[in-house]
Design a protein around this ligand. Structure first.
Ligand code: SAM
Ligand code: SF4
Length: 421
């Protein structure tokens, strides 16, 4: 879906390019004037003057054409520099409100559908091809689209996700650019490449790291991810904690696979200042979801109570996890995310953008709004974004309400890796 509106004004020069362009135009005009003046009107002047004027004019034309070529065809060199925009005074940023009165101020931005893991619950069963890079948002498009959300719609929190976001070659450029927008930034990652980016995150003010780890057992970890990289991920988790990042560990709980590890995971929250998040297994296209593989959070809590006493911790507005603590001296907390058994749709404040630039108003929704296409056509995205929010369903993308009624084959959606969790 796309809405045609008056073109937005895109400023795509860098400062140095801008200077070259201005100087070239200036030289060109002066030279042309000299050529006319000396060459045509005043024929009495000697050949040296005319040649000088002629060559400087030709030189200027060449510089001018090179500049135009540079600006037109090499628009996005990953220098880490961002394009300069005059901070526009946005007169009236508006809240993104849906028809149920929910305010959306949290953007989950997927930057790739490639991944260095192959998690069973995330990747579709059939052979998987990631999207060709030309169809993905490039770093500049990611920045410009995110900027619209922040500056026009009061988005104050951005989470970068994927696929695995850290596999993108221009990840550093993307983070540097997004960090200039002033929203709080979080990253969701499988953790395997984190050691390459700790310094960058510290420089750019990225504080929130959600790291996925579904088993503390090396063999099980390898089974679920198809990669023998438990130790690397675990070392990176410990380093993240040591460096003072806000660390949340995401654990998808699947019956018969890892529910027995819940106590071992929770014990970590006693020793480390982290939030453990146990997530109910969710259905997506091609992930062989079955309702009997879902362990509802009520059952998880019963399991916890067999090993620990726990107390409730206050949740923040819009939190998806219900948080608990095993004892008052614990450094961390654990949370339960009941996506399936008891949805938290009523407090939903999230909007998603897939790596190919489609806005999704719900993780489970089939509706998609093609922001990238409109952006590439120089259209104003405002109305399309608002339309996407207005069409948001009350619950679970309007696709299913009760878990009992869900049949995996009926789901109209992408696979999780193509949405961005
Ligand atoms: N690659 C990164 C990672 O693994 O954290 C970011 C993308 S991943 C799609 C985001 C989150 O979605 C992960 O925490 C993952 O465990 C979760 N996830 C993926 N498929 C899921 C499913 N079927 N049910 C519940 N959570 C799922
Ligand atoms: Fe990759 Fe994350 Fe999906 Fe695992 S959950 S396959 S790490 S995107």
């Amino acid at each position: 879906m796309s809405v045609r509106k008056k073109p937005i004004k895109k400023v795509t020069f860098r400062v140095n390019e801008m200077l070259v362009a201005i100087i070239s135009i200036y030289i060109l005009l002066v030279s042309l004037q000299m050529w006319l003046l000396f060459g045509t009107i005043n024929k009495a002047l000697d050949k040296e003057h005319i040649d000088f004027a002629r060559y400087s004019a030709i030189g200027s034309v060449v510089i001018f054409m090179c500049t135009i070529f540079f600006l037109r065809y090499v628009p996005d060199i990953p220098t880490g520099q961002i394009k300069i925009h005059k901070p526009k005074t946005m007169t009236n940023p508006t809240d993104l409100l849906d028809t149920f009165g929910r305010k959306h101020d949290y953007l989950r931005l997927s930057i790739t559908d490639s991944c260095n893991f192959r998690c069973l619950y995330c990747m579709p069963d059939e052979p998987f091809k990631s999207t060709p890079s030309i169809e993905l948002m490039n770093s500049q498009e990611i920045y410009e689209i995110a900027k619209i959300f922040v500056q026009k719609f009061n988005i104050n929190k951005i989470r970068i996700t994927g696929g695995e976001p850290l596999v993108r070659n221009d990840f550093e450029t993307i983070i540097r650019q997004i960090s200039t927008l002033g929203a709080s930034i979080g990253i969701t990652t499988n953790g395997v490449l984190l050691h390459k980016y700790f310094d960058l995150f510290e420089k750019c003010g990225v504080k929130n790291l959600n790291i996925s780890i579904d088993s503390l057992d090396r063999e099980k970890f390898k089974y679920i991810t198809k990669r023998d990289l438990f130790q690397t991920v675990w070392d990176n988790i410990k380093e993240s904690i040591k460096r003072g990042f806000n660390v949340k560990l995401n654990v998808v709980i699947m019956r018969g696979f890892n529910e027995g590890e819940i106590p071992e995971f929770i014990a970590l929250s006693h020793h480390y200042p982290i939030e453990l998040r146990f997530i109910e297994f969710m259905p997506f296209t091609g992930n062989s979801w079955e309702k009997n593989k879902v362990i509802p959070i009520s059952e998880m809590l019963t399991l916890v109570s067999q090993h620990f006493t726990y107390e409730k911790v206050e949740d923040h507005k819009n939190d998806t996890s219900r948080k608990y603590k095993i004892n008052t001296e614990s450094k961390g907390v654990f949370g339960l995310i009941s996506t399936m058994s008891n949805s938290f749709c009523a407090g939903c404040n999230r909007i998603r953008i897939t790596s190919d630039g489609k806005m999704k108003n719900c993780l489970f929704g089939a509706d998609e709004f093609d922001l990238l296409k409109s952006f590439r056509n120089n259209e104003d995205l405002t109305e399309l974004i608002q339309l996407g929010i207005i069409k948001k369903h009350k619950e679970k993308g309007g696709q299913f309400s009760k878990m009992e009624n869900i049949h995996n084959n009926d789901i109209v959606n992408r696979s999780m890796i193509k949405i961005g969790g």
